[in-house]
Design a protein around this ligand. Structure first.
Ligand code: IPD
Ligand code: CA
Length: 274
């Protein structure tokens, strides 16, 4: 891996190499998960342990996919930090940090609904610099590197050119805790009359990539985890979407908005009034 530039920022070749590594890791996780999915006949055979609530589950394939990705990173870049949804927390010493959601949309995965993905991103310091989200049921690989745009299966993608919020298709999601869901649902009731329609796809990483390729005009969600948002946010931003928190400050997992540039301001206004 070429070293970072003298000012400490990653150079173009390094960014491309890290994006390729993200793609390899996400595809590897996807292949493990897809093989597990194809072996199963019904949802119950994939049921796994519960996590933050009875509906927040992890299957053996979430764990196997994370173990695969973590093993490769530890081999190739042993000094990097690694944060994974299934419990990996390596502190690292290099200044680079990997964010892994081995299966984002595990509920869809268990129910054999197609919107699930494998999400891998790498940051240098506080800046996310390369990312990939693989969607195995569609064989779609979304990827991005900082300043180099976003791609879908190697082709450049762009956020939509929608300018009218009332025509915007909006994605959102819900957390696993009932009290948080109530807050999220009440906000949605106030927003739904102001937009074309709403989708709840079931994978935050997929939602963000849908904004990146114009299949959604807006996505917003409260209280994501770093691994849900890391890759998709960079991909959305590199596609030309505007990503912020609910006040217009830089996006963060706890408050995520990604919107086509022509509707971002109007959506934020609606969100703040909701
Ligand atoms: C969840 C999905 C979902 C979002 C939740 C996430 P998981 O991740 O991304 O779309 O609404 O907030 O926790 O549990 O399927 O990896
Ligand atoms: Ca997730």
């Amino acid at each position: 891996m070429p070293p970072a530039d003298n000012d400490g920022t990653a150079g173009a070749d390094e960014l491309s190499a890290l994006r390729a590594m993200c793609e390899t890791l996400a595809r590897g996780a996807g292949e493990i998960a897809l093989a597990g999915r194809r072996e199963a006949i019904g949802a119950t055979e994939l049921a796994g342990t519960t996590k933050s609530s009875t509906t927040d589950i992890a299957t053996e394939f979430d764990e196997a996919a994370e173990a695969h990705v973590v093993g490769l990173i530890r081999d190739l870049r042993p000094d990097d930090a690694i944060i994974g949804e299934e419990g990996t927390a390596d502190p690292g010493t290099s200044g680079y940090s990997w964010y892994i959601d081995p299966i984002d949309g595990t509920t869809n995965y268990v129910y054999d609904q197609p919107a699930w993905s494998n999400s891998v991103a790498v940051a240098h310091g506080d800046e996310m610099i390369a990312a990939a989200v693989y969607v195995p049921p569609l064989d779609e690989m979304f990827a991005a590197a900082a300043g180099q745009g976003a791609t879908l299966n190697g082709r450049t993608i762009s956020a939509s050119d929608e300018t009218d919020l009332s025509l915007a298709l909006v994605g959102t999601g819900f957390g696993y805790q009932p009290s948080i869901r109530r807050e999220q649902a009440e906000r949605l009731v106030r927003l739904i009359t102001q937009v074309r329609d709403v989708r709840r796809l079931g994978s935050a990483a997929v939602d963000l990539c849908m904004v990146a390729c114009g299949r959604l005009d807006v996505y917003y969600e409260l209280y994501l985890n770093s691994w849900d948002a890391a890759a998709g946010e960079l991909i959305a931003r590199e596609s030309g979407a505007v990503t912020t928190d609910f006040t217009g400050a830089p996006a963060r997992p706890e408050e995520m908005v990604a919107a086509a540039p022509g509707v971002h301001a109007a959506f934020l206004e609606a969100l703040q009034a909701s």
